[in-house]
Design a protein around this ligand. Structure first.
Ligand SMILES: Cc1ncc(C[n+]2csc(CCOP(=O)(O)OP(=O)(O)O)c2C)c(N)n1
Length: 329
């Protein structure tokens, strides 16, 4: 079924992108203020990819997310309160406070987990797609990963296997130009990761990652192909992260001028303009949406602050496949 262009659906994408943006900006403030420890990788600037991709999937479909995963989780239907509680290390977090930013999962919404291992999502998604195929669940699996991860050996092995077995998997590369401080141009003779699809005999497509509808439509096409039993697709979404790689990154490897140019392509105001031009959004509705989003993020922070710390006896739970493994709950 092609994606819906019902006004409420479209406004829903806008709201979700705003929610992810405010969630990430708030996290940045909380880290700077010392309320949260550890590290984090913010996805501000890349909301169009998360929301567009998840809009093309059903709740039952599976998503694998990387270290830059808060937006993926929210886009797949994750509750910002529980994501925030996980970041605070509290018991109401998706991993009961033991995983933090890079290790949360919630199986009921098809979020099979974020993953701190660069490239780690790619083989797991391939395995989940093999399971879906063998069990005939009709599910599609989507792996998010960066262009840096596309140079891991597991990228090549997994895509080859996914293609040979016609698995229902979508490999979605978020090319934000830099892997930590390394520009793609320093480590690849090609500029489009999607070109590699030809080597495995699957379709490859480049899409504007800052255009939520372009991402949605590309993923919808790939999902249809996967469900029809025709195998995987590699989609490369060109995008940009507005913050540094992680919490402490002075961004010396890129210019402020380049950053300003990408800010002009910010997926959120861009989609707001698109909605406004079609009479679907006006100033009042925009202000109301932003207020509601702000309230939702504030509520997530209060929820996380009030949630208890886990009991010390839980520290070892979910570490081993001992029957007490995490339920992804
Ligand atoms: C196997 C492995 N090697 C190295 C790292 C350190 N590391 C963390 S994020 C990152 C860069 C990932 O870049 P990319 O895949 O492009 O994603 P982005 O951060 O740009 O979203 C690296 C090298 C890691 N986490 N895992």
């Amino acid at each position: 079924m092609p994606p819906s262009n019902d006004p409420d659906v479209l406004l829903g994408y806008y709201r979700k992108m705003l929610l992810i943006r405010r969630f990430e900006e708030t996290l940045d403030e909380l880290f700077r203020g010392g309320s949260i420890s550890g590290t984090t990788h913010l996805c501000a600037g890349q909301e169009g990819v998360a929301v567009g991709a998840c809009a093309a999937l059903s709740r039952d479909d599976h998503v694998l997310s990387n270290h830059r995963g808060h937006g993926h989780c929210i886009a797949k239907g994750g509750d910002p309160r529980r994501i925030m509680a996980e970041l605070f290390g509290k018991v109401d977090g998706y991993s009961r406070g033991r995983g933090g930013s890079q290790h949360m999962a919630h199986f009921p919404i098809g979020f099979l987990g974020s993953n701190g291992i660069t490239g780690g999502t790619i083989p797991i998604a391939t395995g989940a797609a093999l399971s879906a195929k063998l069990q005939r669940t009709g599910r599609v699996v989507l792996a998010f990963f960066g262009e840096g991860a596309a140079n891991q050996g597991t990228f090549h092995e997994s895509l080859n296997m996914g293609a040979v077995w016609d698995l229902p998997v979508i490999y979605l590369c978020e090319n934000n130009l830099y892997a930590m401080s390394t520009a793609l141009s320093e480590v690849s003779r090609i500029t489009d990761i999607a070109d590699r699809a030809a080597a495995y005999g699957m379709p490859g497509a480049v899409v504007d990652g800052n255009d939520v509808l372009a991402v949605r439509d590309a993923v919808a096409g790939a999902a249809e192909r996967a469900r029809a039993g025709s195998g995987p697709t590699l989609i490369e979404a060109k995008t940009y992260r507005f913050y540094g790689h992680s919490k402490s990154d002075p961004r010396e490897y890129r210019t402020r001028d380049e950053e300003a140019k990408w800010r002009e392509r910010d997926p959120i105001p861009r989609f707001a303009r698109w909605l406004t031009e079609r009479g679907l959004l006006d100033g009042d509705a925009d202000a109301r949406t932003k207020q509601a989003v702000e309230a939702e993020v504030r509520a997530a922070v209060s929820f996380a602050e009030q949630s208890p710390l886990p009991d010390a006896s839980e520290a070892g739970r979910g570490l081993f496949a001992d029957g007490q493994a995490s339920d992804g709950g």
